[in-house]
Design a protein around this ligand. Sequence first.
Ligand code: DGL
Length: 259
Amino acid sequence: MSKNPIGLFDSGVGGTSIFKDLHKLLPHESTIYLADSANAPYGPKGKNWIIERSIVNTELLLSKGCKTIVIACNTATTNAIKVLRNNYNVPFIGIEPAIKPASLKSKTRAVGILATRGTFSSELFRKSTKLYCSDVFMVEQIGEGIVDLIEVGKLNSPEMTLLLKSYLEPMLKANIDYLVLGCTHYPYLIPQLKKLLPKSVKIIDSGKAVANQTEAVLRAIHLLNETIKEPKLQFYTNGETSVLETLVPKKAKINFLEF
Ligand code: DGL
């Protein structure tokens, strides 16, 4: 067993949605979360740039003694996880859009997916689509601008409603019955999405699957923390701390750090 923290990183505040699922499942684990908000969004940037930032984030988490790293970002996972696994010995748990369960369950055989440009263009995503979704009509929509609004605290704003309406329109036209949220910022939009979508459309994200996978990996290598002491929940951001404050538990410690 190990009391060392689990490290998580994202391009910004969105990966806190994954932190929440993880903390719920493993409440005794200490965590260190990095929000690379000064460099968000990752989505429109190129693969090499995303790999470089993922390496910076990984090295910082390892320097703080993390026993495993959760890449709480679809864009970083789909572009960089292979390189990270090849270069570091620590286990990496990544997140990918839940297109497999959606395509298995869809009755209308039309599935909507909202993700970043970086995720859609990645080799990993293209491979998974070919493997799991060949007999389903996928309505792929880049969520241009969504991450930017969430990062500046405009989660609930008229600008956001307009963007969401325009992104959902082609999906509704195609009669989707599943909407896959392929970016860790997007689970915060679920209340708004529910208002804009008919009840027949189910929304799925990958947060719980990532938490379960993290537990399984740590258990398999005997690194789960079995103590019941209060864990240390630390958050670091190289951007504004104010938005992060609204999304994490009150007992968490938020620090500004340049990285
Ligand atoms: N949370 C990141 C993801 O899951 C957002 C990517 C971005 O910064 O564009 O893809």
